[in-house]
Design a protein around this ligand. Structure first.
Ligand code: SF4
Length: 163
């Protein structure tokens, strides 16, 4: 609903899927993705942008909860060490602010006084990557959500688990 009216949006499924590839990005960044993908597919009057984004955001949040639940359920039964989901720090970019080590409650990072290191990769929660947004140097990377899903599908097949 936009302005009290039901409006049709072209490419809504693609817009949502693209935004769901950024599950743990900050909300404002996701809203920007929603808006730019919306405008790439639809005419959006400047005066209505905010209302469109609000409508998309409501839908996105519902889908985000579902997607997180799916990801959590989808790795049950697979040994965690087989799932290549953990942060990688580019030591050339890390300036040693220690934000990642301070933020992560799982103890994935260790700050050695100069830079941070990933010391417990498999303690990382599968599908979560919010630490990335805390790094001011963009030194932390993860696989994409699409890569994770493809890998989980293969691992479930390997372990004879239902997909
Ligand atoms: S948040 Fe980024 S720059 Fe700061 S210690 Fe971690 S990896 Fe290095």
């Amino acid at each position: 609903m936009v302005g009290g009216l039901e409006v049709g949006i072209s490419g809504i499924a693609d817009i949502m899927e693209l935004a769901l590839g950024h599950l743990d990005d900050p909300d404002e960044a996701i809203k920007q993705i929603l808006l730019s993908e919306l405008k790439a597919r639809n005419y959006v009057p400047g005066s209505s942008e905010e209302e469109y984004v609000s409508a998309l955001w409501v839908e996105y949040k519902k889908l985000r909860v579902q997607r997180r639940e799916q990801l959590e359920m989808s790795y049950q039964g697979i040994p965690r060490e087989e799932i290549p989901w953990y942060p990688v720090i580019n030591p050339e970019k890390c300036t040693g602010c220690s934000s990642c080590a301070d933020f992560c409650s799982q103890g994935v990072f260790k700050f050695d006084g100069k830079i941070s290191h990933v010391v417990k990769p498999y303690a990382c929660v599968v599908g979560k990557s919010s630490c990335r947004s805390f790094c001011p140097e963009k030194a932390i990377s993860f696989p994409t959500i699409a890569e994770l899903r493809a890998r989980l599908k293969k691992l479930k097949e390997k372990h004879g688990l239902a997909n």
